[in-house]
Write a protein that binds this ligand. Structure first.
Ligand code: PPY
Length: 272
């Protein structure tokens, strides 16, 4: 049988860990293919296969690049979701010699207080594993990386400090993306993600949307605005809600009256 690809961030990233977990639920022979950035994952998936990318963190909030790309790549849908506990490590040679720490922006943000306390400079790169790779290849003792245990092992570097995230409950949601997938087992919970633009900029415009959900007794799990990128002060809204008994077509139709566009980003199972 042909091996299909599931694209994600490099070996040792948290996204790779999420991908391995998704693969326990997915039917079929998938081979993990590594990409340098979230953007590259979307580009590959646009030509076929599956992908896994981070979408939201319990401390730092949304991964805005993933949000924007879901809108930009119209044929790519969210096919599943799972959340992982994230514990960051300081990786390198000698903690006392570090002057600069390198990592993915989300990891740097999740360890902001820890970094500040040590007075280190920061440098952002496309993934935590790339940061560890840079530190390993440079052999520079003044550099440190923030990343996973797996990445330290993979690049043969020392873990200098563990659990360096600023808040205990550090969790990240990852999404499985693509056009279609078959799961071996399905969980009970499903979610729907949509994005829309309000028709009119007037008092109560968003209220009309929220009212539809309230009246249908649908629980929202996330609401977020992003710049529309047309003009300063204009927004699009991302809403996630629990999938229940209500017909999805009817929900979308009831919202259409209040929006200039509404896109279904996915209706998908939530794994734990
Ligand atoms: O770079 C990684 O390891 C990723 O998978 C992105 C990321 C970074 C920080 C927290 C969760 C995911």
């Amino acid at each position: 049988m042909k091996n299909l690809s599931i694209y994600t961030l490099p070996k040792g990233t948290y996204s790779e860990r999420a991908t391995k977990k998704f693969l326990e639920y997915i039917d079929g022979n998938y081979k993990i293919d590594y990409c340098n950035s979230i953007y590259d994952v979307f580009e590959k998936v646009d030509n076929g296969g599956l992908g896994v990318v981070p979408i939201e963190n319990s401390i730092e909030g949304s991964v805005s690049l993933t949000q924007d790309l879901l809108l930009q790549f119209k044929d790519i849908k969210i096919l599943g979701e799972l959340a992982l506990d994230i514990h960051h490590n300081l990786i390198g040679y000698d903690k006392n010699k570090i002057k600069t720490v390198i990592s993915h922006p989300q990891a740097l943000a999740q360890c902001r207080n820890y970094i500040k306390k040590h007075g280190w400079e920061v440098k952002a790169v496309e993934s935590t594993a790339k940061a560890v790779k840079i530190v390993a290849e440079s052999k520079d003792e003044t550099l440190g990386a923030i990343g996973s245990k797996e990445s330290a092992e993979y690049y043969n570097l020392k873990i200098l400090d563990e659990n360096i995230e600023d808040y205990k409950n550090n969790r990240t949601r990852f999404i499985l993306i693509g056009r279609d997938v078959k799961f071996k087992t399905l969980p009970k919970n499903y979610k729907v993600s949509i994005v829309f633009e309000l028709k009119e900029d007037k008092p109560g415009a968003l209220y009309h949307i929220l009212k539809e959900f309230a009246e249908k007794n649908i629980n929202l799990t996330r609401i977020e605005s992003r710049p529309s990128k047309k003009r300063l002060g204009t927004y699009i809204f991302y809403i996630d809600f629990e999938d229940g008994k209500e017909k999805l077509e009817e929900i979308l139709k009831s919202l259409e009256r209040h929006t200039t566009f509404i896109i279904l980003l996915g209706r998908y199972p939530v794994f734990d």
